[in-house]
Design a protein around this ligand. Sequence first.
Ligand SMILES: [Zn+2]
Length: 269
Amino acid sequence: MPELPEIEALRRYLLREGLVGRTFVEVDAEWPGVEDTIDGMGGLSPLVGRRIKAFGRHGKQLIAKLDTGVLGLHMGMTGRLGVMAPEDESFRYRRLALYLDDERRLELDDVRRWAMVRIENDVETFTARMGPDALDPDFTSAQFIERVSAKRSPIKSVLLDQKVLAGVGNIYADEVLLIVGVSPSRRADKISAGQLESIHNTIVGVLENALAFIESHPDNQGRPYVIDAHDDRMQIPRKPGAPCPQCETALKSKKIGGRTAYYCPSCQH
Ligand SMILES: [Zn+2]
């Protein structure tokens, strides 16, 4: 599932491909019935004639700033983007093609069809209900502690709450908590300020490491690689009974806030 590091890698890929300055000339949402779905894939025809000015990102939301309005792209579970030359074969699960004024096209591939693409007037429409971006350099540990330290929910749920902090997904939250040695079920308000500071620093480190890994492993078209939960890169083998990477104790799993947490009963308290 594309998380913040994948989306940031995607943003950089679109910049490298020189999409800034290009104008959309044709929109092709070709999956039958797609106009009727609630995901907003329909209604993209006003894009024609608009020019891309910049690409931003907030959490897992990619935002193309246009000369008029903005285009939000959310990759859902399985979405990915590719910039294609005319002769390039389309993605297998292509849902959308946005043709550009240099004959290339931006394609969305999405086997599960949970990606969302929509036009809005401004960036705030996408970000208003989200907390600060987890990699925002202006977001400090003190601000993190302030946002988190009064919460009575399990720390794992707090980290996944996009209203608190945008961009920490399930697998990265587990990785952070293992490194810091904090149990995913500990209530956030029972964690010391020092440990919360370590959690914040570790979030930044884990996301930046993942981004560096993605950027150094492009696919054969130069497109960003999507880390999967069972990837070699991941610190935590996501199956119960697998050994803890730090002490080899059998990992446990449990549902916290509807999401499966993997943790080490001897390293995490
Ligand atoms: Zn352990």
